[in-house]
Design a protein around this ligand. Sequence first.
Ligand code: PEP
Length: 252
Amino acid sequence: MRKKIVAGNWKMNKTFEEAEELITEIADGLDEMDLNGHGVILCPPALYIEMATDVAEESLFEVGAQNVYPADSGAFTGEISPLMLKKLNVGYCIVGHSERRKYFQEDALFLKQKVDALLRNGVIPIFCCGETLPEREAGNHFRIVEDQLIASLFHLDAADFSKIIIAYEPVWAIGTGVNATKEQAQEMHAFIRERISGKYGVAIAQDLTILYGGSCNAKNAAELFSQPDVDGGLIGGASLKTEEFLQIVASL
Ligand code: PEP
C-alpha cells in the first residue's frame, strides 16, 4: 500500500550505547509528533536489531535490517537469514544498496534471490536502484534503473510485487552532500512508476511507495517529498542525528 515513509539507514555506525541513546531519543521525539499515518523505519546494524525491536514495541517506528542472506538457514558463516529477521519482528530489509553492489559485488541475480527469500518469509524488501554519475552523464540513467528493476524485481508476480518498497538512490548523491534536485527526483520516480505500470498495471504502480535517497537532509527533505511521485526518503548520514532525523520525518 502506498504510504509516506522515512527510513533511516544507519550503515556501520554507532557503538551499542550510542545506538541505544539515538533510538531512545528518536522514539521519544516520535511520541511528541503526529505522524498522520506516515511510516518511520529504522535500520540499525544487525547487532542492535533486538534492542531496536524491543524499543519499537512501545514506539511508533518499525525496524528494518540492512542486509540478509537468501537462505532460511545453513552453513553461511557470518550471515543472517530472513527467517531470523522475521522471528525478531523485523518488517523490512534494504536490498541492492549501491554500497553492497560496489563493495560486496552483489549482482542482480543475488539481489533477486534476496528479494524472493525475504518475501517468502514475510519481510518487505526496500529495493534500492540508481545510476552512477558517468551513467547519468552519458544519458543512460533511465536505462540503468530500468535494467535494475527488470533484473531483480520483474520476475515477481503482481501480489508479491505490490508488497515491496523501492528507493531511488542515485549513487552520485549518496553521502556526497549533493542531492538530486526535486526535478531530477520527480523525473526518475515518475519514470519508475511508469515502467511498473507497463509491467503490472496502473493500479499497482500508483499503489507503490517510492522513496528518494541521497544526501537528503532537514533542509531539502520537504522540497523533495513535495514531489507527486516521491513518497518519502531513505536517509543515511542525516538519520544518525536525532533532531535532523525528526525534522526529516516532520517534512513528510
Ligand atoms: C543511503 O546510504 O541510503 C543514503 C541515502 O545515504 P546519505 O543520506 O548519507 O546520502
